[in-house]
Write a protein that binds this ligand. Sequence first.
Ligand SMILES: [Zn+2]
Length: 264
Amino acid sequence: MLELSIRIPATELRYQATANRTVNNRALIIENITQNVIRRLQSTSQNSTKDCGGCAFRQCNQGKRECDQAEAQQKIPVGVSARHAHVTQSDLEILYGSGHQLTVKAALYQPEAFAAVETVTVVGPRLKALESVRILGPVRSYSQVEIAKTDAVRLGLDPPIRDSGDLMGASPVTLIGPAGSVYLPEGAICAARHIHMKPEQAETFGVTEDDRLKVRVSGERALILENVRPKIDPSYVLQMHLDTDDSNAAGLKGGEGLEVLWDE
Ligand SMILES: [Zn+2]
């Protein structure tokens, strides 16, 4: 083996040693920071209810969810519903290709409900669009988009205030996916303010689905929301759903507890 002997001056050697140490230190610092970040991320995801998409506080600790605390104080926890779409399996296959199944991105607070990975672009009659509108699963027996009035104005629509699935007279919209598009002649509504509850909770409140409730929001943008509809089903978890117009008007992020007002 051929050995090369090169004479490096002592000063040069000292310089290289210092340079190496600096590089090593920097690598060590970066390594430490990376480890810390990973540790923090892991500890947050372990403590949080990963399956909670109930509100803006997605990192609530298990057993200490904002919603649970609101409920314990006899209040109604709020969930903010941003614009979203529901689709039938056949429309999903037009939008995403034949045989396509929705993929769960995050579970929502109501059991079984989930935000899907799949999104659609919603186009109105003036060719203005809302991109990346999340599909909420599972698939349903109807396709529909629920948008805030602010979204509707952008699209050039004036949808009626309705319960989910009540689509007669709803506004026309086109949904566009990566594989195709679906025109819904009656497809867009603004969701009516509503509270999901179990029959026993409805009994405790003394309400039926025909009642309309008043709910008080306190705080800087305090207001009273009227015409809130109880939606009663054994599968529901107590939660009030507001669209982003209502939640922003009231300064709510989701997770807050609201008080029902009873007429004297
Ligand atoms: Zn709802």
